[in-house]
Design a protein around this ligand. Structure first.
Ligand SMILES: [Zn+2]
Ligand SMILES: [Zn+2]
Length: 153
């Protein structure tokens, strides 16, 4: 029973992070922290790293703190919340940075329809290089479907 509850907490934390990521992307990264996110859209930064990468650090903190704080008592939810947050962050990194943007060439071609849908949806987001007026802010779940005829891969 203990482990079942733990697994449920991890899943709820993971799914909740998609909502957090969606809202953060739409209202903070395309809001008052646009100065950090801008170079991910307009590629104005020529180095291997983008200012946008600061969000890795920002998003990693709550997961790390929950894991550190909760690791002494696994019957409390904190460790499992932290694990869900961190697993979401890792999945986001693999899907967004490795698969979609090919920052390291590991997973280039796939016929997996879900991954192709995620990539198409995120390319719709990248059609705009502006702070305002963008769309498709989610990553894994809250994505906007559009036929691939309207968007270049
Ligand atoms: Zn964006
Ligand atoms: Zn992107």
């Amino acid at each position: 029973m203990f482990y079942l509850i733990s697994i449920v907490i991890v899943i709820v934390a993971f799914v909740s992070m998609e909502l957090v990521a969606y809202l953060t992307h739409k209202y903070i990264m395309h809001g008052f922290l646009w100065s950090l996110h801008k170079d991910h859209h307009d590629h104005s930064n020529t180095s291997k790293f983008e200012r946008n990468d600061y969000f890795f650090v920002i998003f990693a903190i709550p997961g790390i703190l929950n894991i550190l704080y909760g690791s002494s008592d696994l019957s409390a939810p904190y460790f499992w919340i932290g694990l869900g947050i961190t697993l979401y962050g890792a999945t986001y990194f693999f899907v967004h940075d490795l698969f979609i943007h090919q920052r390291i060439k590991v997973l280039r071609n796939t016929s997996n329809p879900y991954l192709l849908l995620l990539r198409r949806a995120h390319k719709i987001h990248h059609k705009s290089i502006m702070k305002q007026g963008g769309e498709s802010f989610g990553m894994l779940l809250f994505i906007k479907y559009r036929s691939n005829k309207t968007i270049k891969q």
